[in-house]
Write a protein that binds this ligand. Structure first.
Ligand code: RNT
Ligand code: ZN
Length: 412
């Protein structure tokens, strides 16, 4: 089918494909720098640890800031639209000796800002509460040791100030996500104490840091469990909901941080009602929080449908996965495009009509049409979208990645 024919077919069910193309182009996705080097960062050669791990050793990963920047630029050239880049504090750039996390400043991120300006990217940020010797007995901000807590509080303060620098320099908002791995492998005797210490540490961070409250948007990420911390996670879903709600910050939903039979998409509308905005880590858990590359599966479809129905402008959409067993650049491009494809499919769904059927109790018609609309000619609209934004529409993008892999990645 041609785009013109698809446009007519969609018009019959009340969908304006021109508007969809325009609307989708305006949705920025925050692309995670950490897919490029297996959450390694530039502080040590140790790799990811403390509640986070990657599997695989596919060749060609970025090991310097220049390589990571080049790979991100290349990946972005195959993704339609203009997007954001999500950095972690462990990606600070150090001349000679490494500045420790409690002393990081904007200077460690100036090269990233210069690069972002040159490429027209906006930046988001994350303090890094893992892969560090000061994660003691699996704890950071909730440690019973005041010295350890202070180190991580100082880190949080520094990071909010770096986020403020990003926001000012790039004239944009900057989302900053707090994820702490804190938890216990086995049944703790005290479940309350670590949570009280966590809340106190977070309060101190937000109180001490100087940042523009309008432009810097902090959120706290909840989690069910991690490898090695199976019995107790300090920042559980309930803790995060309570903390974020009472302190007027946002809560972040990660698709891999719930029981696998839970419907994460169902949580979105409640979040939106009570927080106004939702921060989202788009990920794909396979049997556990494995952070596989996102696919066009039912979970992603359901999340995208909710995002579109609730208004994409109310979301901070950030990808969070890291597969070290396949070409990392391909993993970025595929995941970003899959996210956009599902958003487009959701925009091409006549949601008002389906809602009316629900409200009228017409459940048979609702089911039939929900299924039939899935087979509408989405790919023709997608191809037109890609054409207008100057990127390949189909799998030919992968040939370009293969060439980059041969010419650049495999020569590292
Ligand atoms: C870990 C969390 C967290 C990290 C990133 C690197 O389970 O999902 O968001 O993946 O901060
Ligand atoms: Zn996450």
């Amino acid at each position: 089918m041609s785009y013109k024919e698809a446009q007519k077919k969609y018009a019959k069910i009340g969908i304006d494909t021109e508007k969809v193309i325009k609307d989708l182009a305006a949705v920025p996705i925050s692309m995670h720098c950490w897919q490029g080097d297996d959450v390694g960062g530039f502080e040590s050669v140790g790799g990811a640890s403390n509640g986070i791990q990657t599997t695989g050793n596919y060749p060609g990963k970025a090991t310097t800031p220049e390589q990571l920047m080049a790979d991100i630029e290349f990946a972005m050239s195959l993704i339609p639209g203009k997007h954001r880049v999500n950095l972690h504090a462990c990606y600070g750039i150090h001349e000679g000796t490494v500045t420790d996390r409690d002393k990081l400043t904007w200077k460690n991120f100036k090269p990233w800002v210069d690069w972002a300006k040159k490429n027209g990217f906006k930046l988001d940020f994350n303090p890094t509460f893992f892969s560090h010797a000061n994660v003691v007995d699996g704890l950071t901000l909730s440690s019973p040791d005041p010295k350890i807590r202070k180190f991580w509080i100082d880190h949080g303060v520094r990071c909010l100030e770096i986020a403020d620098y990003f926001a000012k320099e790039l004239n944009s908002t900057c989302g900053i996500n707090f994820w702490c791995p804190d938890g216990y492998k086995d049944e703790p005797s005290d479940r309350l104490g670590p949570r009280q210490r966590m809340a106190d540490s977070l309060d101190r961070i937000f109180k001490k840091a100087k940042y523009d409250k309008k432009r810097v948007i902090p959120f706290l990420e909840s989690k069910l469990f991690g490898i090695g911390v199976e019995s107790y996670t300090v920042n559980s879903h309930e803790f995060v909901m309570g903390y974020a709600q009472s302190r007027k910050i946002l809560a972040l939903l990660d698709m891999g941080h719930f029981h696998l039979t839970e419907n994460v998409a169902d949580k979105i509308s409640s979040f939106l009602m009570f927080f106004g905005k939702v921060a989202f880590h788009i990920s794909r858990p396979v049997r556990w929080d494995s952070d596989h590359v996102i696919r066009q599966n039912d979970d992603l479809r359901a999340a995208a449908q909710e995002i579109v129905k609730m208004g994409p402008e109310n979301f901070i959409i950030a990808l969070d996965y890291f597969d070290a067993s396949i070409c990392r650049v391909a993993a970025w491009v595929l995941g970003m495009r899959n996210m956009q494809k599902e958003l487009m499919k959701a925009m091409l769904t006549p949601n008002a009509q389906l809602k009316a059927l629900q409200d009228a109790g017409e459940f048979t018609a609702q089911l039939v049409l929900q299924e039939e609309y899935k087979n509408y000619p989405f790919e023709d609209v997608w191809a037109e979208f890609c054409k207008r934004l100057g990127v390949p529409a189909g799998e030919e993008w992968f040939k370009t990645v293969q060439k980059y892999e041969k010419d650049v990645l495999l020569k590292r």
